[in-house]
Design a protein around this ligand. Structure first.
Ligand code: CA
Length: 232
C-alpha cells in the first residue's frame, strides 16, 4: 500500500520546522520527502514522484521564488509556500509567480493538512475531464451554465462583475487568490494595482451573500495578500 500514498516534499532548512511538518504529514498517512536546499528541491521534483511541495521561501542556496519559477517551467505540481508573518508582499509575490497557497509561520498541523487536502483536491479536479458546472459551498451555489447564484436556495441577483469575482473565488475554493490576480482577471492586465475598485466590489458582494458582512463566513480576507472562499 505504501506506494499509493501521496508524496509530500518538504523544502525547509530549519530542522525543527521540517520535523514538525514531516511528523504531521506522516501522521496523516502521507509520505514525507525532504529537501534542505532549493537545488535539492528541484532535483527531487525532477527525479522522484512528488504530489505536493511545501516550500520555505528563505533557503540557504537559492531564493524560494526562483525555485517556484524553475519548477513552473515544466510542472504544475501544487506548491504551498511557507513564510514569516511580516512577509505579506513576498507571499503575494510568490502566489503571483505560480505558488498555489501559503502558510504563515507559526502554523498548526491542522492548517497545514487543510492546505494539503485543498491542493490535492484541485489536482484531482484539474485531471477530471468532466467539466464541473455547479459549485456548491455551504448554502452558496453557483450555476455556471445558467449564470445564476443561489444562497440557501434563494436566487441572488449579481452584477456581471460580482458574478465574475464570486466565480473566480469559487473555482479556487479553499485557496487564496491574490489581489493582483483578481484585478488582472476582472479588469484586465492594463489596470494596474488600484485596489479600491476591488474593495468596493467585494463589499457589495459580501452584502449579498454574507449574513454579517463584518464577520464573513464565506469570503475571508487574507490581509495584505488577497481573498479566500471557504471550501466546505
Ligand atoms: Ca528558512
Amino acid at each position: 500500500m505504501n506506494d499509493t500514498k501521496e508524496n509530500i516534499l518538504v523544502v525547509e532548512d530549519d530542522m525543527q520546522i521540517r520535523n514538525f511538518i514531516c511528523y504531521s504529514v506522516r501522521n496523516e498517512g502521507y509520505n514525507c520527502k525532504i529537501a534542505v536546499t532549493g537545488t535539492q528541491a528541484i532535483n527531487a521534483v525532477l527525479n522522484e514522484s512528488v504530489d505536493v511541495i511545501i516550500l520555505d521561501l528563505g533557503l540557504p542556496d537559492i531564493d524560494g521564488i526562483d525555485v517556484i519559477n524553475e519548477i513552473r517551467q515544466w510542472s504544475e505540481i501544487p506548491i504551498i509556500v511557507v513564510s514569516a508573518r511580516d512577509q505579506d508582499k513576498e507571499k503575494a509575490y510568490a502566489l503571483d509567480m505560480g505558488a498555489d497557497d501559503y502558510l504563515t509561520k507559526p502554523f498548526s498541523s491542522t492548517e497545514l493538512l487543510a492546505r494539503i487536502r485543498v491542493a490535492l483536491r484541485h489536482v484531482k479536479r484539474r485531471g477530471n475531464s468532466i467539466k464541473q458546472t455547479v459549485i456548491q459551498v455551504g448554502g452558496l451555489r453557483l450555476d455556471m451554465d445558467k449564470h445564476l447564484v443561489f444562497l440557501d436556495e434563494k436566487e441572488v441577483h449579481m452584477t456581471p462583475m460580482e458574478y465574475s469575482l464570486l466565480s473566480l473565488l469559487l473555482k479556487n475554493r479553499g485557496k487564496v487568490v491574490t489581489t493582483a490576480a483578481i484585478i488582472k482577471e476582472l479588469w484586465g492586465p492594463g489596470y494596474g494595482q488600484d485596489t479600491q475598485a476591488l474593495r468596493t466590489l467585494m463589499a457589495g458582494l459580501r452584502r449579498k451573500i454574507e449574513l454579517n458582512p463584518a464577520k464573513p463566513r464565506y469570503i475571508m480576507t487574507e490581509i495584505g495578500v488577497g481573498y479566500r472562499i471557504v471550501e466546505e
